[in-house]
Design a protein around this ligand. Structure first.
Ligand SMILES: Nc1ncnc2c1ncn2[C@@H]1O[C@H](COP(=O)(O)OP(=O)(O)OP(=O)(O)O)[C@@H](O)[C@H]1O
Length: 667
């Protein structure tokens, strides 16, 4: 291949630069240990440098760069005139001169993803490199697009196809080498820009969200180091699957968790009836909570008399009532309001002292604020309250609930909320998952929680209005990347459209962008699953696959257990991961599978969201549909997990309505 020699020579220089960077970083660890001042600085610096060294030492396992941009010798190229840049996951700098490899997130790198024949912006050639997929990593070749000659490969790039079609082994990988232009635009949107991505299965929503987090950390490192970045995913298996992407991009300071983990103020020990859960997740509960808190505030019954040295300071009951009304009208969080009321009472007392010619200092103000007469008024008129205490009162006392909920919830809804057997104290209450969301709402209405600079929320179509509000509270001063697919909504409160969901998330103006190019599921499988779309009753554009490979087998079989074993055995002859997906009951009843290499996952349909496997065996689709109210949506999720091959096994008897999965398409 012409030019390969030059490339190999360049690669040698890159390896030398990597070795130098590693030596240099190790040296800094040693000197750091000797010179760092106090112990804290030494430890922090040491930890930072050591993890940097570790990162660098691990680097040779990955391809050091994946692309190259060549600029032409014309003014259109601006500052990059006649330059060439290699682009990689990390910047690689030698001892002297400009860096050999620039970071994929650097501003000029965006042209690698964005430049096209119609808008070249000075780029003459885009080069993509191919590497062996397993260590030792070797350069296998490259592919040029001469944009200046009108060549543009788009999704027909051979290297892109190889990357997309490679078997999935282990956790999800980054896609920096092959980010598509429409994905790149989302990844590089400004930090203050909240956005919503509606994308069919496998269109890269999760990938976009993770790369956006990495990009924002690069572009706004200082700000986000202070405020933090959070990734919220639907379940631990999903988080496990995506957990390696950000560290591989050098970003280890991102919290990745489920919403339950984020809200877990106390363990979940209780359950709800479906009716109670529906009411608890309803947006109207926010108003019930607000009213319940407001109901705690009462009028002062008497004024304050505070002995202070030779004076007796007084606040009349009417003055207290006036101050209380003023603070109430400010509509502050409950806890903040209580403190504001305290400050105003102290200010009245202070004015009296000043009237006597005294000038009270900070200490006096603090002491007075904590004095018994002042805290007495506060505790009677604006009592301190714990979220657990308030919620236990609402769920345990019909009249308290009625006072807060009448006119907001119907009698039946109130009845659904009430505990059958209230605990003796709020301390022994068994909180359900939905209660945790309510406790968070109450806590947030008392005091705003600390937020994040940016939150990426995946599978956002499944969030209830109250769950959305929990995230909205944490991004009041930050931005959101909302990812989801209305067609994959399986929760009882799944969103039917994005407008209302974004309003609950506190970002009603976030633009909604659709991704429709599927990178996971082969065309034959995706068009099969898409037959379900009209029955899912959501207005979403169908995704179209970029993959022409793949296989689909829909089989009526007499014995599911035997058939599953046969199909898994055949799948084990091929490379890649395998999942058998069925209802939890069916999974438990399947015969044991001999799988010495641990390649087979037996997965209840309810846990399949967001995951992907090379070969998927779906067992008895009709059961999956019948198992839950939004079973058809669940089936849509399940049918779209396969990267290469999908087998659908059904018994075809009257109990398993095969019309749910129509005849296989002619392939
Ligand atoms: N530009 C790309 N180049 C290569 N692979 C890509 C690209 N975009 C996405 N992929 C791959 O396609 C697969 C699906 O991506 P991802 O999981 O992000 O999709 P999703 O839209 O979140 O899917 P779902 O809604 O079904 O969970 C992943 O393996 C991902 O790495």
């Amino acid at each position: 291949m012409a030019g390969l020699e030059d490339e190999l020579e360049f690669l040698d220089r890159v390896h030398a630069a990597q070795a130098w960077m590693l030596d240099h970083a190790r040296m800094r660890v040693t000197t750091g240990e000797q010179v760092a001042g106090d112990r804290y600085t030494a430890e922090t610096l040491g930890r930072m440098l050591k993890s940097y060294v570790k990162e660098l030492a691990e680097e040779p396992d990955g391809a050091p760069y994946f692309g190259r941009l060549g600029f032409e010798d014309t003014p259109a190229a601006g500052d990059h005139r006649n330059q060439r840049y290699h682009i990689g996951r990390r910047r690689i700098a030698g001892e002297h001169g400009p860096p050999l490899v620039i970071d994929w997130r650097a501003p000029v790198s965006s042209l690698f993803y964005q430049a096209g024949v119609g808008d070249r912006r000075g780029v003459s050639v885009r080069r993509r490199y191919g590497w062996t997929s397993r260590p030792p990593i070797r350069l296998t070749g490259f592919e040029d697009e001469r944009l200046d000659h009108g060549e543009e490969l788009g999704t027909t790039s051979r290297l892109l196809a190889e990357e997309i079609e490679r078997p999935r082994v282990g956790p999800m990988r980054d896609i920096v080498a092959t980010i598509q232009p429409e994905q790149d635009e989302l990844v590089r949107a400004d930090l203050d820009q909240s956005l919503c991505v509606q994308g069919g299965p496998g269109t890269g929503k999760t990938a976009v969200g993770l790369h956006r987090a990495a990009y924002l950390l690069y572009a706004h490192r200082r700000q986000l180091k202070r405020t933090g970045v959070l990734v919220v995913g639907p379940n631990p298996a999903f988080l496990d699957y995506i957990s390696a992407v950000l560290p591989a991009l050098g970003e280890v300071d991102v919290r990745q968790c489920t919403l339950e983990d984020l809200l877990a103020s106390t363990p979940v020990r209780g359950t709800d009836t479906d009716e109670a859960a529906l009411v608890k997740h309803d947006a109207r509960m926010a108003e019930v909570v607000r009213r319940a808190l407001a109901g705690l505030i009462g009028q002062p019954a008497e004024g304050i008399v505070l002995p202070d040295g030779s004076y007796r300071l007084r606040v009349a009951v009417s003055a207290l009532a006036r101050e209380l009304a003023l603070v109430r009208s400010e509509d502050l969080p409950y806890g903040v309001g209580r403190e504001r009321f305290r400050t105003r009472i102290v200010a009245l007392l202070q004015r009296q002292l000043e009237y006597h010619g005294e000038s009270p200092n900070r200490k006096w103000l603090d002491r007075t604020g904590r004095s018994r007469p002042v805290t007495g008024v506060l505790d009677r008129c604006w009592p301190r309250v714990r979220p657990e205490e308030l919620l236990a009162t609402l769920l345990g006392d019909a009249s308290a609930l009625k006072a807060a909920a009448d006119g907001i919830l119907t009698g039946t809804e109130q009845a659904a909320l009430l505990w059958a057997r209230p605990p003796r104290s709020f301390k022994s209450a068994k909180w359900s998952a939905a209660d945790l969301v309510l406790l968070d709402e109450i806590a947030g209405a008392i005091q705003h929680p600390e937020g994040f600079g940016h939150i990426v929320v995946d599978e956002a179509q499944d969030l209830s209005p109250m769950q959305c509000r929990a995230l909205a509270r944490r991004s009041r001063h930050g931005s959101l990347t909302v990812l989801g697919d209305l067609a994959q909504g399986t929760s009882a409160w799944a969103a039917a459209e994005w407008g209302a969901q974004l309003t609950h998330l506190g970002k009603p103006d976030a633009p909604v962008t659709a991704l429709t190019l599927g990178f996971r599921v082969p065309a034959v499988v995706l068009s099969y699953a898409n037959r379900l779309l009209p029955r899912l009753k959501v207005a979403v554009p169908a995704a179209r696959s970029v993959r022409a490979d793949g296989e689909l087998n829909v089989r009526a079989v007499p014995d599911l257990g035997v058939a599953v074993l046969g199909h898994v055995r055949a799948a084990l002859d091929q490379e890649g991961s395998i999942a058998v997906i069925a209802t939890a009951g069916r999974i438990a009843a399947l015969p044991g599978i001999d799988d010495p290499d641990g390649r087979v996952t037996l997965l209840p349909a309810t846990l399949a969201k967001g995951l992907e496997f090379d070969h998927v065996v779906v067992v008895e689709p009709a059961e999956i549909v019948a198992a839950e109210p939004r079973g058809l949506h669940r089936l849509y999720v399940v049918l779209t997990r396969a990267v290469s091959r999908l087998d659908v096994l059904h018994t075809g008897d009257s109990a398993s309505d095969v019309r749910i999965v129509p005849e296989p398409p002619l392939s």
